[in-house]
Design a protein around this ligand. Structure first.
Ligand code: TRP
Length: 332
């Protein structure tokens, strides 16, 4: 039986991915490479729907690629590529826009949230059509699984609806991806504000552990993490959200259970515990950061690797797009 195909994408919108990205999705991308045909895309065109900064876009696209490889995405085993290097995404995106209802697109909560934040006047059309481009990303590769977090559920549902609509009206063309939302194995919160998710859009990076942080910076951030009342290291998200978050982080990276950690730190204070968490995080990230920095020293090699991925992606993308055009009645 053919291997199931996995497709996922991430925007190059920050200099470094953070621990929430890693434990929430990227770690699963790496695991899914085994036994699946993985397509992993740095969605630079989606990033244009936010602030456009040409020098930053280039730098962040390369840095994203380096980090993905350093985290374990293998450019040989999987297809790792940059969205803008495969123009078929835009071409199928247009077809998806012509299938999607205006009302349907207006109900996307990510669009509503993001456009509300900046004020309706500053929201651009690309932010509105973003989900149809995302559907095209997925459908071009006939993906079976799309490992993303809960916040992307509505976009995946839309993708399934659009694929089904196309297939019903114009003939079987697209694989409808399975429902496969990642149950975040670990819910990683901001260190300073443990009530909010660790996020690249948070106003300050003090509470965000980045993959590219130095061990010193990791130690500093964890030392200054919000401390709860009391002094026991116990897991209690209501009463001790800060310590619980650190326990989750330690456990996710060390593989030790929360209960084992609670007994290990029984009778010790928050200070000792924080120092241990800092060590675990720094040790885990050290080789990843080193590998990413090494890859970034040779841009040309990195760009070449991405070109190889784009060539592999294009072969499949062209096939799907041609089938869609043919079924729509365009003259070849
Ligand atoms: N919208 C996704 C996010 O913000 C990124 C994305 C774009 C994506 N295209 C995709 C994810 C296709 C999965 C599949 O996380």
């Amino acid at each position: 039986m053919a291997m199931k195909r996995v497709f996922s994408g991430i925007q190059p919108t920050s200099d470094s991915f953070h621990l929430g990205n890693y434990l929430g999705a990227l770690k699963q991308w790496v695991e899914l490479q085994e036994g699946h045909d993985g397509f992993y895309c740095i969605v630079d065109l989606h990033a244009l729907s936010g602030e456009i900064e040409p020098t930053l876009l280039r730098k962040r696209t390369l840095s994203s690629a380096a980090q993905l490889i350093a985290l374990g995405i293998s450019p040989e085993k999987s297809t790792l590529f940059v969205q803008s290097q495969v123009p078929h995404h835009n071409q199928l995106g247009w077809i998806m826009e012509c299938l999607a209802g205006f009302g349907e697109a207006s109900r996307m909560t990510q669009f509503k949230d993001k456009s509300a934040k900046g004020g309706a006047d500053s929201a651009r059309v690309g932010l509105f059509t973003y989900p149809m481009l995302q559907a095209a990303d997925i459908l071009l590769y006939q993906a079976n699984l799309v490992p993303v977090g809960e916040d992307q559920r509505q976009h995946i549902e839309l993708t399934r609806d659009l694929a089904g609509r196309f297939n019903t009206r114009f003939g079987q063309t697209f694989t409808i991806p399975e429902n496969y939302i990642l149950k975040s194995a670990a819910k990683i919160q901001d260190l300073q504000d443990p009530a909010s998710k660790m996020s690249k859009s948070s106003s300050s990076l003090v509470g965000v552990l980045e993959i590219m942080d130095t061990p010193e910076s990791i130690a500093k951030k964890i030392k200054s993490a919000a401390t709860d009342t009391g002094r026991e290291v116990t897991f209690d998200e209501k009463e001790k959200p800060g310590i619980s978050n650190l326990l989750t982080i330690h456990s996710a990276l060390s593989g030790q259970s929360i209960t084992a950690l609670e007994s290990e730190f029984e009778g010790k204070g928050y200070g000792d515990f924080k120092a241990a968490v800092a060590d675990v995080v720094a040790e885990h990230l050290r080789p990843i950061r080193a590998k990413a920095l090494e890859l970034l020293e040779d841009d040309k090699h990195l760009v070449d690797l991405l070109h190889v991925g784009a060539v592999k992606a294009r072969t499949i993308a062209i096939e799907t797009l041609e089938k869609a055009y043919k079924n729509l009645g365009t003259v070849a």
